[in-house]
Design a protein around this ligand. Structure first.
Ligand SMILES: Cc1ncc(COP(=O)(O)O)c(C=O)c1O
Length: 302
């Protein structure tokens, strides 16, 4: 597998191993950082790499930096160029995972709003080991963070403290993945992915008021499902709906689309990835790699 050797930090391409921040920088000391995870996919016929939904990820990062009240945040133009440049510099010979992150780099206080620094990195990342077989999930006893405390629609690094606790608990208890409920007791999402379920043939996903990250992949799945003629609903979801659903799957840039084949040890459907999940997995695979002509606007060629 290829190795990342170069990272872009504040516009400078430097050796990956030499990127540095002070431990007391506000971005580290108080977790004041916001990021995006993206993927670049290789087209199997011509070997070209394209970043999937780059513009949507950069727009979400700008929203996050606004809510974080960052001073002089890097512009979308600068970050777009850096993402493409870091890919060219590292020249991966297969799919790549990308991280764009902005953080407060100076030593300061909890209320510091700058100076803001940023990185663009390209990393190898394999597909989930459970991509084909599905995940065993559990409903976590940890509660999903909420908009009036740690806004989930801001992809802040600090938000992942809660996800980490849920994931560690799930793994300790012998599961692959944790599903979190909101403070209102409704299904929100997984620790680092959004969630869909199929109920009576209708594809359902918790709405934007369910303390989810406003996921780019979730929106992609909503479009692909509608194009496939599936009925789709965004609404509140109860915990026990997970137990009686025909299918459940997670989606996100990192996870891509992966079936959940059991929840709290109850099998979902027949306990194997269902036909709608597999149909949407295939549609997603085609659109990210560009083996279909559909949605060229979602792929930025490197
Ligand atoms: C908490 C959380 N929810 C959902 C997602 C999915 O978001 P996206 O599809 O934009 O990657 C992620 C990131 O992958 C995440 O970290």
């Amino acid at each position: 597998m290829w190795q990342a050797h170069t990272i872009i930090h504040n516009g400078q391409a430097i050796p990956f191993a030499e990127a540095r921040l002070h431990p007391l920088a506000v971005g580290v000391a108080y977790g004041v950082a916001v990021f995006e995870g993206l993927r670049a996919y290789m087209n199997p016929s011509d070997g070209s790499l394209s970043v999937f939904r780059l513009e949507e990820h950069l727009a979400r990062l700008q929203q996050g930096m606004k809510v974080m009240r960052f001073d002089s945040p890097p512009s979308t133009e600068v970050l777009r160029a850096a993402v493409l440049e870091v890919l060219r510099l590292n020249a991966p010979d297969e799919d790549a995972y990308l991280r764009v992150q902005a953080q407060i780099e100076g030593i300061g206080t909890l209320a510091s709003t700058g100076p803001v620094g940023w990185i663009a990195a390209a990393l190898p990342r394999e597909r989930s080991a459970k991509f084909a077989t599905g995940l065993a999930a559990t409903v976590s006893s940890w509660t999903r963070i909420s908009d009036n405390a740690m806004p989930p629609r801001v992809k802040a690094t600090a938000n992942y403290h809660a996800s980490r606790l849920a994931n560690l608990q799930a793994r300790t208890d012998g599961y692959d993945s944790a599903l979190l409920l909101t403070a209102r007791g409704k299904v929100s999402e997984a620790a680092a992915a959004c969630l869909f379920l199929l109920r009576d043939g209708v594809l359902v996903t918790p709405g934007k008021g369910s303390d989810i990250l406003e996921s780019v992949t979730r929106e992609t799945v909503l479009v692909l499902a509608a194009e496939a003629g599936l009925a789709v609903e965004q609404r509140d979801v109860d915990r026990t709906e997970l137990y009686v659903a025909e299918e459940v799957f997670l989606c996100g840039t990192g996870q891509e689309l992966v079936a959940v084949t059991s929840v709290d040890r109850l099998p979902v459907g027949d306990g194997t990835p269902g036909p709608v999940t597999r149909q949407l997995q295939a549609a997603y695979e085609a659109v990210v790699r560009g083996t279909t002509d559909a949605h060229p606007e979602w792929r930025t060629r490197v």
